[in-house]
Design a protein. Structure first.
Length: 193
């Protein structure tokens, strides 16, 4: 993996353990010569991981939609800043740039981006590792919901297994590096008459 997108919050949350995890992940990226692709912000978890990587002399690529490109939000110190017209354009550009996805704690936007990546994996549009750093059990309830979806027949087990989960940065990175994409399913087009 040469470039990985990190989805995370524009807040650092109430518990410093999340900020510490972002710092540790940023250092791990630099150690492994992995460029960060992220939402382009200087605030919250986004700012923490970007600042960590930049301080360690790593590469940071921000992708931000025009509507969020405000002085108090956008990180002007990144290695490269890409501005898009719409949020949906941002997702497409990020997808084209990266070799994998990691999700740290965040809110609605973070979950939206995570589930979009999982949907692309489920549809086999992409075959990239998708990971969650489940620090402090932050995603426990999200993972339980996925298990309910499998139990109730709304999510196939093999699609649930697309999500790599670990509580530690090292464990998650090892799983991400070792990821082998499932073989593409044969898609048969049926003609309806």
């Amino acid at each position: 993996m040469k470039k990985v997108v990190v989805f995370c919050g524009s807040s650092v949350g109430f518990n410093s353990v999340y900020k510490e995890a972002a710092i540790e992940l940023g250092k791990e990226f630099v150690k492994n010569d992995i460029a960060l692709v992220y939402g382009g912000g200087k605030i919250g978890m986004m700012g923490v991981i970007a600042d960590t990587i930049l301080t360690e002399k790593g590469e940071v690529i921000g992708v931000i939609p025009k509507l969020l490109e405000k002085e108090e939000v956008v990180h002007k110190g990144v290695s490269e800043l890409i501005t898009t017209k719409k949020m949906s354009d941002r997702k497409v550009i990020m997808s084209k740039l990266v070799d994998g996805y990691i999700t740290l704690p965040g809110g609605f936007g973070t979950l939206d981006e995570l589930f979009e990546a999982l949907t692309l994996g489920q549809l086999q549009i992409e075959q990239k590792p998708i990971g969650i750093l489940n620090v402090n059990g932050f995603f426990d309830h999200t993972l339980q919901q996925l298990d309910v979806m499998v139990k109730e027949g709304y999510l196939k087990t093999q699609n649930r297994e697309l999500l790599i989960v670990d509580k530690t940065v090292k464990g998650l990175m090892q799983q991400m590096q070792a990821y082998k994409a499932p073989e593409k399913a044969l898609i048969i087009n049926k003609v309806v008459r």
